[in-house]
Design a protein around this ligand. Sequence first.
Ligand SMILES: Nc1ncnc2c1ncn2[C@@H]1O[C@H](COP(=O)(O)OP(=O)(O)OP(=O)(O)O)[C@@H](O)[C@H]1O
Length: 353
Amino acid sequence: MSEKERILDPDLLEALKQVKYPGFDADIVAMGLVLEARVEDGKAVVLMRPVAAPAKVREDLEDAIAAQIGSLPGVRELELNMPEPPQPKAQQKQGPRPIPGVKAIVPVASGKGGVGKSTVSVNLALALAEMGLKVGLLDLDLYGPSIPIMLGLQGAQPSQGRDNKIAPVEARGLKVLSIGFLIGADRALIWRGPLVMKAVRQLLHEADWGELDALILDLPPGTGDVQITMTQETPITGAVVVTTPQDVALADAIRAVDMFKQVNAKVLGIVENMSYFICPDCGGRHEIFGHGSVEPLSQKLGVPFLGELPLDPDVPKLADHGQAAVQAAGSAEAYRQIAVKVARMLGLIGQDK
Ligand SMILES: Nc1ncnc2c1ncn2[C@@H]1O[C@H](COP(=O)(O)OP(=O)(O)OP(=O)(O)O)[C@@H](O)[C@H]1O
């Protein structure tokens, strides 16, 4: 049966919309996980897309679906079909698939907005490229695609690559694609559910990324549609979580780490951004947001601490002019050190470099 012919019973669908994916804000219908939902002689039959998740999360999901559907009048039984994702070698249409030629897929995430996720993504990508690695940068932050501005690529348009694929824009030694190239930064907010999923899938799988050592993904803040689509579309090699040391940001960083754990994805570590401020006048070090709270948090969560980045007034000024911190600002070295750690963890450079 084709996807169009699949039956979606409105009452069942309404009940399934109440089921949030564990660790995420989005519900399973909005995420496009429900392929079919019908009632036959009092039996609810629910068919889902392959779900990449640890057994415990699958169980929680099954329980939550059963609880919602069990409360529907006239439904006495549930047949739930939630397939395991295919093994990497069995190339199938649905479920997480590797991107051929791309060695490592590294999402940069944050629980909270404005903590410097895009800044870390761009500078991590550039610092890895400086090491001679082949690097791609994919901006999936559809609520504020800022990578084109940060790389001075406003108005850039990707061209058509091999096999009718989208060819990334080449800039500063990086292959760059942004959801902003496809939709225009001002229209991003109206994007919802299925459109988001389609765009994320296209940018991952219908782009001509070629051979890459690492593809860095700049995610939107939080745990919504883009994040879940990404985790269901492609296997993540290791994620970087960015936070500032304030308590409000830390709580969100915990959620971001938890989100990756829920889908069995490795977290490479946490970065503390805007950790301290070196006063350009007096040279003194000021710890504005209560520096030093992220390392203990990393230990508590059992993920590595990747390092701290200073609050550097040059960084936003440079970004507005399409310049990156790692290329000019006084804090460049701090970004490089984090990039070296990431490259080692990914096995892209030796432990001695
Ligand atoms: N270490 C830093 N020092 C000074 N300014 C910074 C630093 N890191 C980020 N900024 C500035 O803070 C603002 C937000 O940063 P950025 O866009 O990287 O955050 P984000 O987490 O990606 O935000 P969004 O929620 O929009 O996705 C930008 O103006 C950026 O230049």
